[in-house]
Design a protein around this ligand. Structure first.
Ligand code: NAP
Ligand code: SF4
Length: 679
């Protein structure tokens, strides 16, 4: 047993089988589930996590029939052919000493296709398709299909199934009057609304027998108007126990909720107060989830009695060896999920295969293989931002002799600014991991070292990689040399004082970051659960049905009056992440930030900034601000390539130095890692 994390590494006896520790890899849709041509990739993805001691893996959601699809042609388990295909997952996980459960997911009205069904024909706000209301026979058929799916899962060698009863999917839709307007046996009274969930569990248990893990994912807080009350949730949990569940997993919020539940600005373990509350009401093991991303957080949740098991999904994209490293007391070596959603959920929403910003190998294990180099080379990497670090550490891992040069006293480049933004504190973990990885891979790091082409040539490197990043773009506006003008670097890196009235030029990722930085007084609410819950209007569902205060959303204080501007007329923050952009927009609106689109910048002077938003005299106006902060994008910084290029040699250029428009950590890390595999 681990001395550092004794609770994590205490096995859990389920009566007919034992979980070797308390960590479940939670269900995470990767996109690999939807095409059996990708199943060998999915097998390798599962295998690596099982080999590294995850006790129980839950697959991404599989539909029990085609009406249940999340989108057309989603993965489903409905016949023997599917059983055969799935045995590769179960065999791989069992060979690696793990256990695996199939998640059965019925999207109901969230189905992004014309065959979607639901208790009532009420369209969800997040799908353009109005679902078909199920007939009584249709409801009974859906139950049969859940049961068939579980039976087939057992045939495929799964150790259990997880019935997805939360996040606003079909079963949740039956449970509340918001989406269930039926007047037959499946609607109206609580007893009737719960019947669908209970029948699924009861009939599944009868079909699969007693020695099969049956997890039910229960919504502990719906976070949508007219969701469940706490009393209803507890009643359902008790009835599910009677019906035969082995484990209750926790779900937080419906997908249509306008409250963040897993984004990086959500405090760690933000919802375990709810599992702690439910634990007193049930006897079967209970799983905590959402924003648990480090072993000490998991250990604390178990230690303080908030749950019996911990489910983590994205942390296993970030680091397949999370559990093994925790067991070996090497938490510093863990590549931490920073909850950015940029390569996992955002990819899935864009119909791409999931990956991970901090680990480009995630879901690409068969393609990105880090093997020893055939010929050991001496390699220089210039610039220790995300691109330079990922490249140099992968090169060193392959056995190369790598020298990483950084002009600053710190590694990390722009990440050092990102970590200061309220709600982005997790970026510190990325820097911690990078620092550790440089050490463990043996990269020779030269901080405070400016290199030029001549010095690089003198050192006779076999390869030179330029990862020198970007410089801020300076827009052409009259009065730009006025002392009121600051760059985002002045504000974020040099922490120059900022006045009470501020105009921000540019509303890209950095414009939003700066607006959040200057509109929130420290400490960040991400580090203070009570104020974060209050900020988003989240209440105890025992006091307020669904866990929502009224009215929503709550306006927040800001120490400044802020104007954020862009020249385009499109929605502000359109380029931000699909699953997180709305959170940034909502936060800034709540802080009263004025968002001005279609702006022309005319002049900066003692009066502030003169802008134009229309024709004629009336279209032009002064904003009497104390400071104007430039967040107008970036340009590549690379003055080394010309002098290093010869007839026989061209240096490699990566990250922002290669393409400033593509500058983001996801792209930089992926590009740096992939280049390292080719040298
Ligand atoms: P960006 O996303 O390209 O945004 C640049 C902003 O400056 C735009 O709003 C643009 O709007 C404006 N702009 C461009 N040229 C201008 C000019 N000549 N004069 C005045 N305004 C101009 O760049 P960024 O904000 O520097 O972000 C850089 C990268 O970091 C992006 O890839 C971004 O995804 C990433 N990042 C992301 C996040 C996040 O997702 N939260 C946070 C930080 C950074 P108009 O052209 O309409 O004026
Ligand atoms: Fe976590 Fe971001 Fe990786 Fe997704 S992309 S797993 S949120 S670090």
């Amino acid at each position: 047993m681990s001395e550092t994390y004794p609770h994590i590494f205490t096995p859990l006896d389920l009566g007919f089988t034992t979980l070797k520790n308390r960590i479940i890899m939670g269900s995470m849709h990767t996109g690999l589930e939807d095409n059996s041509g990708n199943f060998s990739r999915l097998t390798q993805y599962f295998r690596e996590r099982a080999e590294n001691d995850v006790a129980l893996i839950v697959t991404g959601g599989f539909a029990p029939n085609f009406a249940a699809w999340v989108k057309p042609f989603s993965g489903r388990v409905t016949n023997r052919t599917h059983v055969q295909r799935h045995t590769q997952f179960t065999n791989a996980v069992h060979e690696a000493g793990g256990k695996i459960a199939l998640q059965i997911l019925h999207a109901g009205r969230y189905g992004y296709h014309p065959f979607a069904v639901a208790p009532s024909a009420i369209k969800s706000p997040i799908s353009p398709f109005r679902p078909w209301a199920l007939s009584d026979r249709g409801v009974r058929n859906q139950i049969k299909h859940f049961v068939r799916c579980a039976t087939l899962a057992r045939e495929a060698g799964y150790d259990g199934v997880e019935i997805m009863g939360s996040e606003g999917y079909l079963i949740n839709q039956f449970l509340v009057k918001r989406t269930n307007k039926r007047q037959d046996d499946w609607g109206g009274s609580l007893e009737n609304r719960m019947r669908f969930a209970i029948e699924i569990v009861k009939q599944t248990r009868a079909a699969v027998g007693p020695d099969f893990i049956l997890i039910y994912r229960l919504s502990l807080i719906d976070l949508v108007p007219d969701g469940q009350s706490w009393e209803e949730i507890v009643t359902l949990a008790n009835r599910l126990e009677e019906a035969g569940v082995t484990i209750i997993n926790s779900g937080i919020g419906w997908h249509e909720a306008r409250i963040p539940t897993i984004a990086t600005s959500v405090p760690r373990r933000a919802f375990t107060w709810l599992t702690k509350k439910l634990k007193q009401e049930i006897t079967v093991p209970l799983v905590a989830s959402n924003r648990i991303n480090m072993p000490e957080v998991a250990e604390n949740v178990l230690e303080d009695g908030s749950a019996d098991l911990i489910s983590m999904a994205r942390p296993f994209l970030a680091d397949p060896a999370f559990v093994r490293k925790a067991k070996a007391n090497k938490r510093e070596d863990i590549n931490t999920c920073i909850a950015c959603n940029q390569a996992c959920l955002d990819h899935v929403f864009e119909q791409k295969i999931a990956s991970c910003l901090v680990n480009p190998r995630a879901c690409h294990e068969t393609e990105i293989q880090i093997n020893p180099a055939a010929t050991i080379k001496r390699i220089a990497v210039v610039g220790a931002g995300p691109a330079g670090i990922s490249c140099s550490t992968t090169l060193a891992e392959r056995g190369h002799d790598v020298h990483l040069f950084e002009k600053d006293a710190l590694i990390g480049g722009q990440l050092n600014m990102a970590k200061k933004i309220p709600g982005k504190e997790e970026f510190s973990e990325m820097l911690r991991y990078f620092t550790q990885r440089i050490k463990t891979t043996g990269v020779q790091l030269h901080l405070n070292t400016v290199v030029d082409a001549a010095s690089l040539k003198q050192q006779d490197f076999d390869e030179i990689i330029i990862a020198t990043g970007v410089v801020p773009r300076v827009p052409a506006i009259a009065g730009l040399d006025h002392p009121k003008v600051l760059s985002y670097i002045d504000v974020l890196r040099h922490e120059k004082p900022v006045g009470g009235k501020v105009a921000i030029i540019g509303a890209g990722g950095i414009g939003f970051d700066v607006a959040e930085y200057i509109s929130e007084e420290p400490p960040s609410s991400t580090l203070d659960l009570e104020s974060w819950l209050e900020e988003w209007g989240i209440a105890d569902p025992e006091d307020f049905r669904s866990g929502l205060y009224k009215p929503q959303p709550k306006q927040l204080d800001s120490p400044r009056e802020i104007y954020m501007m862009q020249r385009k007329s499109e929605k502000m923050g359109k380029g931000l992440g699909k699953t997180t952009g709305w959170i940034h927009r909502t936060t800034l609106k709540k802080r009263g930030v004025h968002m001005l689109r279609g702006v022309r910048y005319e002049e900066i002077s003692d009066r502030g900034i003169r802008i134009r938003q229309g024709d004629g005299v009336e279209g032009s106006k002064w904003l009497d601000v104390d400071h104007v902060i430039l967040c107008s994008g970036q340009l590549s910084l690379n003055d080394l390539t010309p002098d290093l290029t010869t007839d026989h040699y061209t240096p490699h250029v990566i990250g922002g130095a290669w393409k400033a428009g593509e500058l983001d950590a996801k792209f930089a890390i992926d590009q740096g890692t992939r280049l390292a595999l080719t040298l």
